[in-house]
Design a protein around this ligand. Sequence first.
Ligand SMILES: [Ca+2]
Length: 415
Amino acid sequence: MARTHLLISTLLLAIAYSVCAQIKGQYQQAPQVQQTRHVYNDQELCSDCEIRNGVGYRSHPTDCNRYSQCFPIGPGQWRAVIRSCPAGLFWDQSKLTCNRARAVSCGQDRCLGQVLGRERYSDSCRGYWTCKDGHTDDLDWCGPFQSYNEDTDDCDDDRSCDDDDDEDETIHESVPCHLEEHETDDDKYYEYEWGQKRTRSCAPGTAFNWGSCGCGTIIDGHGAGCRPELYLPFDGDFQDKSGGNWVDNQGCYTRYVAGAVGGQAAYFNGNCKLIVPRFSGHDFGHRVVIRLRYKEDDDDVQTRLQALVSNSDCSKVPSIVVAYDDEFSGTKGILRTGSQGEYVTYNQQRRGEWKEVEFEYDGQKVVLRTNGQTDGMVASGNIRAVQAGLHIGDGSGLANFKGYIDELKVYLCKP
Ligand SMILES: [Ca+2]
């Protein structure tokens, strides 16, 4: 059977070669790169990583079934830990989870350019990946005391290949979360069992949480149980007093100013910004509440909207914006859901006084409240995920804020 596959794959590869000589040429370059084995440092393994619950994740530069888990140790500084997905799974950077190999598009896929064929599985002498249409399809195994032979593309008797356990070995203990969130139901999740996606249910009264990789008490309730996910009182520092999120301060400072809660507030000079990476790519779902106090610097008037809070950078379109309109003296709240929804709310206000702002979306309406004024509208859909951290005092398409911000709170539940 294997010989027949070999014959067919050789034949098809020959055809593919003549038709796609240009593409084939690209793949022939690959072994040259492999010859000089580059040792990746932590910063390379974590560059452009996606943050989830304060931890970064990034595809491995050479192995599709591995990824880096990145722990922030300072501004732009990371400690990288290489993780392996359970047998048969590839790292899916778009979902930040391990996923069936055939469902993941991996730039390092060794089946690229192979119509049919097999590739050695690096974590076991018995294992091999099967290729289909230039893409890794599944993981398969030779029999006990056999090993996969790359040269003959066959399973050879091999008494030294004694990893009978590998087939059963899932590397779950080294994976932060091998489970996947359910698209619609909070109390359900998916588990991969030998490449099969199975739906599981949490115990009554609990909900699935990817960060803790299991079912936990529901905190997305109402009132007393709802705590802010981010709370920045700005009293002498930029530390998050609620979720312990790391705040990347790029040039701002705190100041004593009249009217600030606790005496101090963050001062934004029109050039500085704060970034909270934890919210990068965060799935806000259908609920967010942002509260803050702010007071503009009244010594000059700008025509562009100034960013108070937004989730955008590098010209990405933000899905959450709270901004100050200096020209007409107002606060603007913008929310974008799904692929189409855009909801703009506006409150007029007096210059030179502290503004108490609450911007809320609950899946049914968007509401902006400023110093007793309310503007709202019916809305629907999940908040668009944006691969950017939460920016304070800065946002793409907006001017940097100039003035004071105090008591910033972000809730993912109804406070
Ligand atoms: Ca304060």
